[in-house]
Design a protein around this ligand. Structure first.
Ligand SMILES: Cc1cc2nc3c(=O)[nH]c(=O)nc-3n(C[C@H](O)[C@H](O)[C@H](O)COP(=O)(O)OP(=O)(O)OC[C@H]3O[C@@H](n4cnc5c(N)ncnc54)[C@H](O)[C@@H]3O)c2cc1C
Length: 390
C-alpha cells in the first residue's frame, strides 16, 4: 500500500492557487491508485505499462501547457511542474514518457508546426491515442548534438532521410518521431516521421539497469521518404531542439523533487518503525542528521522550482536558470536516494521499498537532457561569458 505523505516544511502550499493544488492532488491520487500498485513489478520485469498511456491522456498529463483548442490543458507552468513532481514521485520512467510526449513532441509541433500539423497530431497526442518520441541524440553525438550526422536531401516532391538516433525514450512504441536532422546546407530542422514509413525502424535497447519501466530504443532511417508537409516550418537551427529541452528540463527540475520526496518519506517512516538496540533507528542522531539534511535539501529544491515556475509563467526563465534547477534538483534527489538506501539497511536494496528503483532511475535523469557537468558548463558560461565546452 502506498502511504506517501508529501513534506511541505515551509508551507509552500500557501504559494499555490487552489487550482494548482487541485491538479497536484488529482495526480497524487492517480499515482497512488494506478501507478504505485504495479510499478515495482514493471521495473523488475523491465516492462513498460502500455495501458497507462491512455490513462495519462485522460488525466491531462500529456501537454498540460498546450492550448485547449489543440487538446492540451492550457495550464500554467507551475501546474505542469507539480504534475511532473507527482508522476515522478511514482516513477522517473513514467515521468520520462510524459515529459517526452508533452515537452519534446507536442511542444515543438505547437511552437514550430503548421496549422495542419497541429490539428493532425496534437489532439491525438494529448489524449494518448498516439505516442511520440524525440530524436536528437546519436550514437556518436550526445552532449554535442551540433555534430549530428542524420541528414535529409530535398528530392523535389519529398525529403530523403538517412541516419540513426540513439537512446530514444518511447521510440519502439511511438506512432511518430520528431527527428532533428541536417539539410544539405548543414542546417538543423525538425521532421515528423511516422511509424510504418518505409526504411524507418525503432529497435528497443535492452538490459538497462535504470528507467526499467520506461521503453527506450533507437531510430534508424534508411532512405526514408518523408513528405514535405512533415517538416516543421517554424524553426531553423539547433535552437529548435534546444528550446524543447528547456521545457523538458524545467519539468525534470520539478520531477526530481517527487523522487526525492518519496525516498525521504519512506526513510522517515522506516526509521520510526525499525527497532535496533531497543530503539527505533530514528532515535539515533546519525539517522536524524540524514533526515534533517534531506528535508532541508528538498525544501531548497522546492523553492528553486517554484520561483523558476513563476519566471517561466512570466516568460522570463532563462536557459542557465533552468540548468541550475535541473542540475541541483536531480543531484539532490540522487543524494537523498543514496542516504535513504542507507537508512533502510538491507531492506533498501529490495523491491519492498521504492528507494533502489528511484536511485537507479535517477542515474539516467542526471545524464539525459544535458549531463550534470554540461549544465555546470552552461552556468560557467553564463557567469564568465566564456564557453568551456571545447
Ligand atoms: C534512459 C535514457 C533516455 C534518453 N532519452 C532520450 C530521448 O528521448 N531523446 C534523445 O534525443 N536523447 C535521449 N537520451 C540521451 C541523453 O540525452 C544523452 O545520453 C546525454 O545527452 C549524454 O550524451 P551521451 O550519453 O552520448 O554522453 P557523452 O556526451 O558521451 O558524455 C559522456 C561524459 O562526458 C562528459 N562530457 C561531454 N562533453 C563534455 C565537455 N565538453 N566538457 C566536460 N565533460 C564533457 C559528459 O558530461 C559525460 O559525463 C536518453 C538517455 C538515456 C540514458
Amino acid at each position: 500500500m502506498d502511504r506517501f505523505e508529501a513534506p511541505d516544511f515551509y508551507q509552500l502550499d500557501d504559494l499555490l492557487t487552489d487550482e494548482q493544488k487541485l491538479i497536484r492532488n488529482s495526480i497524487r491520487d492517480f499515482v497512488k491508485k494506478e501507478l504505485s500498485p504495479i510499478i515495482e513489478d514493471c521495473a523488475q520485469k523491465s516492462s513498460f505499462p502500455k495501458h497507462l498511456v491512455k490513462k495519462f491522456g485522460d488525466i491531462g498529463l500529456f501537454g498540460p501547457t498546450i492550448p485547449v483548442e489543440y487538446g492540451g490543458g492550457g495550464l500554467d507552468y507551475i501546474s505542469y511542474g507539480l504534475m511532473m513532481q507527482e508522476i515522478e514521485r511514482g516513477d522517473s520512467g513514467m515521468r520520462s514518457c510524459v515529459s517526452v510526449q508533452g515537452s519534446l513532441v507536442m511542444h515543438p509541433i505547437n511552437k514550430f508546426g503548421s496549422e495542419e500539423q497541429k490539428k493532425k497530431y496534437l489532439p491525438k497526442l494529448a489524449s494518448g491515442e498516439m505516442l511520440g518520441c524525440f530524436g536528437l541524440t546519436e550514437p556518436d553525438h550526445g552532449s554535442n548534438p551540433s555534430g549530428m550526422l542524420t541528414h535529409f536531401k530535398d528530392m523535389g516532391d519529398h525529403y530523403l532521410l538517412n541516419g540513426a538516433k540513439m537512446w530514444i525514450t518511447n521510440s519502439p512504441l511511438a506512432d511518430i518521431a520528431v527527428v532533428w536532422a541536417k539539410n544539405e546546407k548543414g542546417r538543423v530542422h525538425g521532421l515528423i516521421v511516422e511509424k510504418g514509413m518505409k526504411g524507418f525502424s525503432a529497435p528497443e535497447i535492452h538490459n538497462k539497469w535504470s528507467l526499467r519501466a520506461s521503453i527506450t530504443g533507437e531510430l534508424v532511417f534508411d532512405n526514408v521518404k518523408v513528405p514535405k508537409e512533415n517538416l516543421l516550418p517554424g524553426v531553423d537551427g539547433l535552437k529548435g531542439p534546444m528550446s524543447c529541452l528547456d521545457s523538458a528540463r524545467f519539468g525534470i527540475a520539478w520531477g526530481a523533487i517527487g523522487a526525492a520526496m518519496d525516498c525521504y518519506d519512506s526513510a522517515k517512516r522506516y526509521s520510526l518503525e525499525r527497532i535496533q538496540f531497543e530503539k527505533p533507528i530514528a532515535a539515533f542522531q546519525l539517522t536524524q542528521k540524514k533526515l534533517a539534511e534531506m528535508l532541508t535539501e528538498i525544501t531548497k529544491a522546492q523553492l528553486l522550482a517554484w520561483r523558476l515556475g513563476v519566471l517561466k509563467n512570466q516568460g522570463k526563465a532563462t536557459t542557465p536558470q533552468i540548468s541550475m534547477a535541473k542540475r541541483n534538483n536531480v543531484n539532490m534527489a540522487l543524494q537523498i536516494a543514496r542516504e535513504a538506501r542507507q537508512i533502510h539497511g538491507g531492506m533498501g536494496i529490495t523491491g519492498e521499498y521504492p528507494i533502489m528503483r528511484h536511485m537507479m532511475n535517477l542515474e539516467s535523469v542526471i545524464t539525459y537532457e544535458g549531463t550534470h557537468d554540461i549544465h555546470l558548463l552552461i552556468l560557467g558560461q553564463e557567469i564568465t561569458g566564456i564557453p568551456a565546452f571545447k
